[in-house]
Each structure stands twice: as C-alpha cells, then as structure tokens.
Design a protein around this ligand. Structure first.
Ligand code: AMP
Ligand code: MG
Length: 346
C-alpha cells in the first residue's frame, strides 16, 4: 500500500516523478489523450507493477512514450519511410505507431510480440518528464475494464493506495486514447484503434487508404485472433448498463425518450448522455449533455460515464455519432462501453 500523493505537474512534481521512475516505481501522469500510468520502459522489474496496479491482463501490451524521434533508434529495428512521414506530421501528438522492436525493449512491455507501440505525447508535463531521458511505458491510468481517466481525481479514485504519485496537469484535451496505427508490415497501414488523429488525416498524410482493423467497430468472433490484443478485452465500462442509440438524431430522440420513460417506470434510474441539442429536447429527463461537436463529446465521454456511476445510474442511454473524423474514435469507445448492445433508430 502507498499513500498516494497528488502534486501539480510543476518542476517539483516532475523531479519527484523522475526519482520514482528511476527507482522502479509507477507514476500517474497527464497526457493530451488520457492520464497514463507510467514506468521506466526498460526496467523489467518496474513494468510488471503496471499490470498489478491496474489488474491488466498480461497479454495486453503497453505503449512506450518517447520525448522525440531521436529515441526511436534504441527501441526499434527500423523506421520505414511512411512512419517517418507520419512522425514529421503528427508528433508530438495523439498518434501511436506499431514498429518492429529492438532487443532492448523487454518482453513484458510488448507481451512478447515482435513489435512495439510508440508515441510522443504533446502535453507539456509529459514532455517535461520525458525530457529527463527515460522512455515511459504507460497504459491508461484506470483500473482495467473501467473508463479511462481524464483528470487526476479520476486516477486517484481508481488507483489510490496502489501507486505513490499522480501528477495533476488538469483535464485532458483530447479525452480519448491515442490513435494506434500498425506500420510494421508491408502493404497498407492498419488502424487498430481510432483516436484524435483521424483516419482521414492519416490517409491524407500518406496519400493512400488506411485499412480499418477488424474488431474496431464490431465484436471479435469467439476465439478470433485480435490484430491488437487490446481489442479482445472488455473496455471503458461503467458499473451501469450502457445502451447505445445509432441513427438519425430525430429517431434517436424518439427512441431514447421512450427507452428512458420505460426504464424510469421500472425504477432502473436511467441517465441520458447526448449532444447538447438533444439534451434540450429530452428535458426534463435526467441528462448529461456531452457538448456540441464530436471533439467535445470525445473529451467528455469518459468523465460522463464515470459521473453516471457517481450518480448511481442503473442504465445509461448513450447517443451515437456518425463514424467520421473523431466520431469513429467516439463510436469505438461507445460500442465497447455498451458491450455492443445497440439500437438502430429509424
Ligand atoms: P492502453 O494504453 O491501455 O490504451 O493500451 C494500449 C493499446 O495499444 C492496446 O489496445 C494494445 O493492444 C495496443 N498495442 C500496444 N502494443 C501493441 C503492439 N505491439 N501491436 C498491436 N497493438 C499494440
Ligand atoms: Mg486503457
């Protein structure tokens, strides 16, 4: 058991975080996507502590965070030209690249895969810590299966007593985990997890189509091998049951209202999570507005799922968004939060 400290992500906080990482301990840290739970990526005694603290399945590999392109030499076997192009365009930022790993990267980081996931975050606090020269292996700083954390308080509520330090860098701007793109094989790049760097942005930068990995928008078949181990695990789930409504806004409004009223009659404590406009039409029902744009919805989704639990909701009725731009990332998380329990509204 630790007495978990929450410190501002200033010089003093970063100093302590660096000392803890060098001593093989874990640190909760802000990034522009979600909060991360970091360890020294090259320390084989430190990295396994991440899996214990989160209750994360051992076969789910971690993302290694670097300060800049120059650190890739020690971590990868080669960096193909198209990866270089994406790095020039999107780093620092919410894009993780899957590349062939070097022998220096321990198997506990990559779940013994021959590839490693690499990202260069843009959040100033993450960059200040990475500037101290330690590559940091970090998954999202939540208990495994729960919604990712987008504030230091969320990290504390999941990991209190399990880690010594959380750096508080304010709420995360993007709010969803990084885009994960496999550029380790010949042929087209494969999108394994949509995020803030959208499929459209990647295709534009590469000048060619990007394939969508199987399992991104649909459940994997029983026994099907996942392209990315993370795809097969339960994810982003609050305690409440989540039902996702897809389709045209007018039909969504009608069906969400009907489902809410029925659940309320059954005493299930329903809660609506939807775009601001719909929230107005659904009044006076209990509702958490998520914002106007898909960006705002992305930034608020995990916090809203957590708030649903805090309010003791029994059933969350979540409005789906079109699967374009950052909407693809929102739907990838929403589908998993709902365990693929969806209603097509017509
Ligand atoms: P998290 O940081 O919790 O969001 O998890 C990292 C995500 O990256 C998971 O979905 C992993 O499956 C994925 N990932 C990490 N390393 C690899 C890899 N070498 N190949 C494919 N996917 C990976
Ligand atoms: Mg995660």
């Amino acid at each position: 058991m630790y007495e978990t400290k929450v410190l501002p992500a200033d010089e003093k906080g970063i100093d302590l975080a660096e000392r803890l990482l060098r001593a093989g301990e874990l640190v909760g840290l802000p990034t522009e996507t979600v909060y991360g739970l970091g360890a020294d990526a090259l320390n084989e005694r430190a990295v396994p502590k991440i899996f214990v603290a989160k209750g994360r399945p051992q076969d789910n590999p971690l993302i290694v965070h670097v300060h800049d392109r120059s650190q890739l030499g020690g971590l990868t076997r080669s960096v193909p030209e198209r990866a270089e192009r994406l790095i020039r365009r999107f780093w620092p930022g919410p894009l993780t690249l899957i590349l062939e790993k070097s022998a220096a990267v321990p198997d506990c980081v990559t779940a013994a895969l021959p590839t490693v996931a690499l990202r260069c975050p843009s959040h100033p606090a993450a960059r200040a810590l990475l500037a101290r020269g330690i590559p940091i292996a970090a998954p999202s700083a939540n208990l495994s299966g729960r919604p990712s954390t987008t504030t230091a308080q969320h990290v504390l509520s999941d990991l209190r007593g399990r880690i010594p330090l959380i750096l508080d860098g304010g709420p995360c701007q993007v709010g969803l985990e990084s885009t994960v793109l496999d550029v380790s094989r010949p042929g087209r790049a494969v999108l394994l997890r949509p995020g803030g760097v959208t499929r459209e942005m990647l295709e534009e930068a590469l000048g060619e189509p990007v394939d969508l990995g199987h399992g991104v928008l649909e459940p994997l078949a029983a026994g099907e091998k996942a392209l990315s181990p993370g795809l097969k695990h339960t994810h982003y789930k609050p305690k409440a049951r989540v039902l996702l409504f897809e389709g045209e806004p007018e039909a969504q409004c009608r069906e969400m209202a009907a489902a809410y009223d029925e659940a309320a009659r059954r005493g299930e404590r329903p809660l609506l999570l939807c775009r601001d406009g719909l929230a107005r039409s659904l009044k006076p029902r209990d509702c958490l507005p998520l914002g106007l744009s898909d960006q705002e919805i992305a930034a608020r989704l995990f916090a809203a799922l957590r708030e649903a639990d805090d309010r003791g909701a029994g059933l969350v009725l979540l409005q789906g968004v079109p699967e374009t731009g950052v909407g693809l990332a929102v739907m990838n998380r929403a589908l998993r939060a709902a365990g693929f329990d969806t209603r097509q509204c017509k």
